[in-house]
Design a protein around this ligand. Sequence first.
Ligand SMILES: [Zn+2]
Ligand SMILES: [Zn+2]
Length: 403
Amino acid sequence: MKRAQLFQLAQQLQPKLTNWRRDFHRNPEIGYEEVRTSGIVAEHLESLGLEVIRNVGKTGVVGLLRGETDGPTIALRADMDALPIQDQKSAEYSSQVEGKAHLCGHDAHTTILMGAAELLTGLGRPKSGNIKFVFQPAEEGLAGARAMIQDGVLENPKVEAIAGLHMTPGQDTGTVGVSKGVAFASADRLVIRVFGKGGHAARPHEGIDAIAVSAQVITALQNIASRLVDPLEPVVVTIGKITGGYMGTAIAPEVEMIGTVRTLSPALRERMPALIEQVVSGVCASFGAGHEVIYGDGYPVVVNDLGMVDLLTETVDGLDWAKGWSSISPSTGGEDFAFYCEQIPGVFFRLGSGNEEERTRYPLHHPMFDLDETAMPYGVGILSSVALEFLARNTTSEGERTK
Ligand SMILES: [Zn+2]
Ligand SMILES: [Zn+2]
C-alpha cells in the first residue's frame, strides 16, 4: 500500500463520513451522556472485526487493531461530546436537541476516527504492533480523558504513543497546524466567594458591600498577569460569572464569582492558587470582608512530545496529497488530551476546516459553528499515516521491535 493511495481510499469514504457526521450533528450528546454516539461507534468497530471494549471511562469506546505479532502500540484519539449550547444555524443537519449542539467539531473527530479505523482495518493487520482507537467522552470540562486512563485505556496492550486532532475553522481545509512543545493552556476552574454584611443601600457604611469589594477583587486579579508574573509568561484569569445581591436598595452580603485560570507552563500553573489567594485575601481584608477561594483541579498544559511532532510533520511532508503543515503558537484554550500527554509521548494537532464560505469560519463554541466536511478525509488520511509511520519506525521489516 502506497501512502498516496490512502487519500484516495479516504476520499472514497466521504459519503459515509458525511452521513455519520450529520447524524451525530443532529443528535448531539453532552459529556458522559454519549450513549447513542458510542453505541454507533462500537457497532462500527465490531463490524470491522476489531476487539472492542465498551463503557471505558463511563461512555467511552476502545477498538484494537491487533498486529500479527507483538510490537509497539499507538493510540489515535477522538472525543465524542457536544456542548450545552443552542444550535443557531439552519442546515439540513442542524441539532434536533434543544439546547445542545456539536459546536466544537467533536462530531467530525468521532467520524474521522471511525473512518481511520475502517481504512486501516481494510489494509489488513499490521505485521507487528497494534493500533488502538480511543473514543472518549466528556472532553468539554469533565475530563473524559482522565476517566479513560483510570479505566486502563493506556494498558493491555500498553500504549506507547498517542495522536489526536482538532478541527480548526481559522485554518484552510486540510492544512495541519502543530505547536512544538506547549500546545494548549492549562485550564483550571476558579470560584471566589466574598462575604460582607447586608444592610440598607442608603447607609453603606453600616454594612460591608460584597459587590463593591468584588469589583476591587476582579480588578486586582488582573494585576497578577501584569505585576506579579513574568511578562514573558502568559497567564489568563477570567471571571465569567458573578452572582450576588437582592435588589437595588440593599447592600449585598455575599457574592460568588466563577472563572477560569489559564497558563502555558506547568510551573506557573502550580504557583497560581497561592497568587490568587494572596490577592483575594488582601483585597477582602482591606475592606473588612471575608473570602473563600476554591481552586478546581482542571486540565493540565498540553505538551506535545517533540519526537511525535517530528513524526507528524515528516509524515505530512511525505504525503503528496497533504496540504502541508505550519508551526503554530500555543492556544490559551484547554484540552483534556493533556492527561494522555502526562503519561506517554503524544501529539495533538489542528486540522483546518475552514473554506471561503462564511459558515465554516465561525470560531469553535460559536452557536453558528460549522465546518467544511471535505476536511474529514484529510483527517482520516493523516491520522492513518501517522499510525502506520509510527509502527514502521518502531519495528524492523521482519516485524521485530527496534526499541
Ligand atoms: Zn470545545
Ligand atoms: Zn474541542
